[in-house]
Design a protein around this ligand. Structure first.
Ligand code: FES
Ligand code: FES
Length: 159
């Protein structure tokens, strides 16, 4: 039996029927068609499925879909500008060679965004802690941390 829920997804209200056993990633990638959020382990271990719910980075593979009711949810698709230009964080990943196979990238970027939204001047330790739940099987961690540092610097310049 399905229950209809509504929430704000990348700034727009959506209404979607969900089964009780669905997790958020199931409705994002399924009926909502947003396949930028990747599914890796489905056990809360890899962070590939990270999205932002009410300002916090969460593993959408573990987040019950019914809990999304009334929330503000941002996925990687919500970061681009109106002309589909890359966000500052996405561009920093490109500039720093922080994308290899790209599987971890949406989750990494969403964790980085949640960090920078709450802490615009993070230390290296803060960045490492924020990315602790995100695994990169290509092991490009140095470039990923550099990308987050660059994004933080550019965001500071803008403000
Ligand atoms: S797919 Fe969600 S943490 Fe790995
Ligand atoms: S770039 Fe391949 S998993 Fe991170």
């Amino acid at each position: 039996m399905k229950t209809e829920i509504s929430f704000f997804l990348n700034g727009s209200k959506v209404i979607v029927p969900v089964d009780g056993h669905h997790c958020l990633i199931d409705i994002l990638r399924g009926p909502l068609g947003l396949t930028g959020t990747n599914e890796g382990c489905r056990e809360g271990e890899c962070g590939a499925c990270t999205v932002i719910v009410d300002g916090l980075a969460v593993n959408s593979c573990l987040y019950p879909a019914l809990e999304a009711e009334g929330k503000n949810i941002t996925t990687i698709e919500g970061l681009q500008g109106p002309g589909n230009e890359l966000s500052l964080i996405q561009q920093a990943f490109v500039d720093n060679g922080a994308i290899q196979c790209g599987f971890c990238t949406p989750g990494m970027i969403m964790s980085a965004k949640a960090l920078l939204d709450s802490n615009p001047d993070p230390s290296e330790e803060d960045i490492l802690e924020a990315l602790l739940g995100n695994l990169c099987r290509c092991t490009g961690y140095v470039q990923i941390v550099d990308a987050v540092k660059q994004a933080a610097d550019k965001l500071k310049d803008k403000s």
